[in-house]
Ligand binder design. Structure first.
Ligand SMILES: NC(=O)C[C@H](N)C(=O)O
Length: 507
């Protein structure tokens, strides 16, 4: 037995000693030290435009002499004075600065500036309540108008995709960046309130969790004699679920927001090779209902906060004709009451009934086949909102799912279908019984005949069923698809700053 182990577990007689673990649990809560009691000195960062335009969010509206930094959105030269609209991405609204002719020299759309001046009430009749009367203007970086690609004229999505490094400057894209940050903050506090622990599972993994073979293999210039860095092939994670299950066997509720990778060749508006997935795993749940209730709560509270938030309002005001549709979407998600819950078998009956009534699908719906995105969208339309489809056939779902109680042909799983985006969330109860899990791995072809000892590189996962196993379940939500739904953006490549898909990974 190693010496340190001996010391911790068996203190010498007469010496009052406990392991670090017991000491922590029985001691009084730590008292705040002087350092933590002191109010922190405010950090001296440059003032943001939001702090001036939205003083309720912490700005100093009565400050008279201010210095701001930002980029020129537009500049109007009117003889001896110029009106410059300055943006810095912290709000969608530009700050208006009044410059003299010489101060405005050399400024053009896109150039970066520092302006010191007096913040004062605008003259009656102007759109702005306050404006900045410039005293000192410094041009930090010019943007040559003959080459700057983001000019005011209309530019197509396709063209802007060729400029992933510049398009975040477009006000709507900037607002989407802030919306993503808002959502991640909101979800972090939602999960904290519900006693979940945020975890950081690995990105490099030994197995293809979903078993669909859509993995990127990790390679390196440093290789062993067999051509590997890690002794055997490793992959970029397609889902952190299996690792989260291990963590949920120690802490009953865990979640993560993690990059995920799929080497799918799908060149569609809903698929990316790299995307962010929110995954949660809960021990001690024995039916799907608590998972579905949690998801409804999570999205409902997210959207209710959003509708009254500044970033939410900015997204709406930048959405033009789409605004009423977005408002209706958000409103719809906030309504109380359960969302439709429908077994796969009934969903297939609904789809077949639709075909009988003349609905034209490219793929005929039949029991045993996966639902296509046309089917998913039809169902979300039929029930006029989000729909949970539960209990899919076992053959089309991964090995880790628990059979539906009382029906061995299906598994206790669900997909949450959203209008316009199709599948937003997928989840299931997990097979927590050792023998049944091994049987399922065999029937899914993960363990080959006579290969029992290896457990397809998943012996660490099957081990979890040997010691203190418990019923559990979880889900994964595509964050980028949620952003599409909330913003009305049709193509997922527009809500991700640097999208990667088959054939494209430019910047
Ligand atoms: N955590 C989850 O349940 C997500 C699931 N593994 C998926 O990739 O769809």
């Amino acid at each position: 037995m190693p010496r340190h182990w001996h010391m911790i577990s068996r203190p010498a007689r007469g010496i009052v000693s406990r392991s670090r673990f017991s000491t922590l649990s029985s001691a009084a809560p730590p008292q705040a030290t002087d350092a933590t009691q002191q109010t922190r000195q405010s950090v001296h960062l440059p003032r943001t435009i939001a702090s001036l335009l939205h003083p309720a969010q912490g700005g100093q509206p009565d400050a008279e002499h201010v210095t701001i930094h930002g980029w020129i959105k537009s500049i109007r030269r009117m003889g001896r004075i110029s009106f410059a609209h300055i943006i810095d991405g912290t709000t969608s609204f530009p700050l208006q600065a009044i410059l003299s002719k010489s101060q405005a020299a050399g400024l053009s759309t896109g150039s970066s500036v520092r302006i010191a001046g007096t913040w004062k009430a605008s003259l009656a009749g102007t759109a702005q309540q306050s404006e900045l009367l410039a005293e000192d203007v410094s041009l930090l970086g010019e943007a040559d108008p003959t080459t700057y690609p983001l000019q005011k004229k209309f530019q197509s999505y396709e063209y802007l995709r060729t400029l992933p490094h510049l398009r975040p400057k477009i006000p709507f894209n900037t607002a989407v960046l802030r919306l993503r940050s808002y959502i991640s903050q909101n979800l972090t506090s939602f999960f904290a309130k519900n006693e979940f622990v945020q975890c950081y599972p690995p990105i490099i993994t030994s197995s293809d969790c979903e078993g669909a073979g859509e993995v990127f293999t990790v390679s390196s210039n440093e290789k062993d004699s067999k051509g590997h860095f890690f002794k055997s092939p490793k992959y970029l994670t397609v889902s952190t679920q299996l690792h989260l299950e291990a963590l949920a066997a120690a802490v009953p509720r865990v979640w993560t927001l993690s990059p995920t990778f799929r080497a799918e060749k799908s060149d569609t508006h809903r698929h990316l090779s790299e995307f962010y997935m929110l995954e949660a795993e809960l021990s001690f749940v024995e039916t799907l209902d608590p998972l579905l209730d949690l998801i409804e709560d999570m999205i409902r509270q997210l959207v209710s906060g959003l509708a009254s938030s500044r970033v939410g309002n900015e997204i709406l005001s930048l959405s033009g004709d789409l605004k009423p549709q977005l408002e209706a979407r958000w409103e719809g998600l906030m309504q109380p009451g359960r969302w439709k819950r429908l077994a796969y078998s009934s969903a297939v009956e609904d789809l077949q009934a639709a075909v009988d009534k003349g609905e034209k699908f490219q793929f005929l719906p039949e029991w045993g086949a996966n639902l296509q995105s046309e089917h998913e969208k039809y169902l979300a339309g039929l029930y006029n909102g989000p729909v949970f489809v539960t209990d899919y056939p076992r053959e089309i779902k991964p090995f880790y799912m628990l059979p539906t109680p009382g029906d061995d042909r299906t598994v206790a799983c669900f997909d949450l279908l959203f209008p316009a985006v199709g599948e937003l969330i997928g989840g299931s109860l997990r097979e927590h019984r050792y023998e049944e899990l091994i049987r399922s791995m065999k029937s899914h072809g993960l363990i080959l005949a006579g290969d029992d000892s290896e457990h397809a590189g998943l012996s660490w996962y099957t081990d979890l069923r040997k010691w203190g196993t418990a019923p559990h379940g979880g889900f994964g939500m595509g964050l980028d698809r949620l952003l599409c739904y909330l913003t009305g953006v049709e193509n997922i490549r527009e809500v991700v700053a640097f999208p990667r898909w088959v054939g494209r990974c430019d910047a």
